[in-house]
Design a protein around this ligand. Structure first.
Ligand code: NAP
Length: 231
């Protein structure tokens, strides 16, 4: 049984990953920025709730202190919270638009990871799963065979590319941890107005798989349900 924290766990892929991990008997912290939505999801699934807005240093610090006081250690951190940002033509995207997306998808991950590192260090098998996207892969987004190559967007893909590099560097910095990025695939959630072609059950599988892979699991890799994704 592992103690697991998932950011953005009140809905979508985070909530489904929480549901599955609770079903498997793990102790799951559902972290959400909105206390009402977060508490409700935790109550429905039977997990524990902690308020956590990845863009707020104070909120993240308080969440880490709360989990430290209640659980004492953390085995698995799932950096799942993410946003796509304003949907406007590329020429209209401002630096502020990009900054806002990076604040959640990139700086949020650094903020949360740093705050929970001490708790992860107390685990026998510390694991971090960063929920990235095929849209963050330069190889995938330039492959004409892939749907991702037809989508021209600025902030979101760049933020996930940055997240991929964070994953690779964190993995090198902490070789005793399993630190990987995952692409859940195009999944019907609020992120894409439910246009995704997969169910959340399908999308969450790779998140759950990497979260629960044992000590022999890879580190510093980027994976989807089919295996390794090229960076
Ligand atoms: P979603 O249903 O929109 O869920 C996103 C979650 O992130 C929500 O719980 C949201 O909370 C939370 N969140 C946003 N900003 C936050 C903040 N500042 N602090 C804390 N939580 C915050 O989208 P999803 O599809 O499940 O996305 C989950 C992850 O999968 C994201 O990282 C996304 O980039 C990635 N992904 C999704 C797809 C896809 O096709 N759906 C594909 C590849 C990757 P609120 O409810 O408060 O907004």
């Amino acid at each position: 049984m592992s103690t697991i924290l998932i950011t953005g766990a009140n809905k979508g892929l985070g909530r489904e990953a929480a549901r599955r991990l609770l079903d498997e008997g793990h102790d799951v912290w559902l972290a959400a920025r909105d206390p009402e939505r977060g508490r409700e999801a935790a109550r429905e699934l039977g997990g524990r709730f902690v308020q956590l807005d990845v863009t707020s240093e104070r909120s993240v610090k308080a969440a880490a202190e709360h989990v430290a006081a209640e659980s004492g250690a953390l085995d698995v951190l799932i950096n799942n919270a993410g946003i796509v940002g304003r949907r406007v033509p590329v020429a209209e995207v401002t630096a502020e638009d990009v900054r806002r997306v990076f604040e959640t998808n990139v700086f949020g991950v650094v903020r949360v990871t740093r705050a929970f590192l001490a708790l992860l260090e107390r685990s026998e098998n510390p694991v971090i799963v960063n929920v990235s996207s095929g849209m963050g892969s330069l190889a995938v987004t330039t492959d004409p065979q892939r749907l991702e190559s037809t989508l021209v967007v600025l902030a979101y893909p760049a933020s996930k590319t940055a997240l991929n590099m964070l994953t690779s560097q964190y993995a090198k910095a902490f070789p005793h941890m399993r630190i990987n990025a995952v692409d859940p695939g195009y999944t019907a959630t609020d992120l894409n107005a439910r246009r995704g072609t997969q169910t959340v059950e399908e999308g969450a599988s790779v998140i759950v798989e990497l979260a629960t892979a044992g000590k022999s699991a890879p580190t510093g890799s980027f994976r989807d349900a089919r295996g390794v994704v090229p960076w």
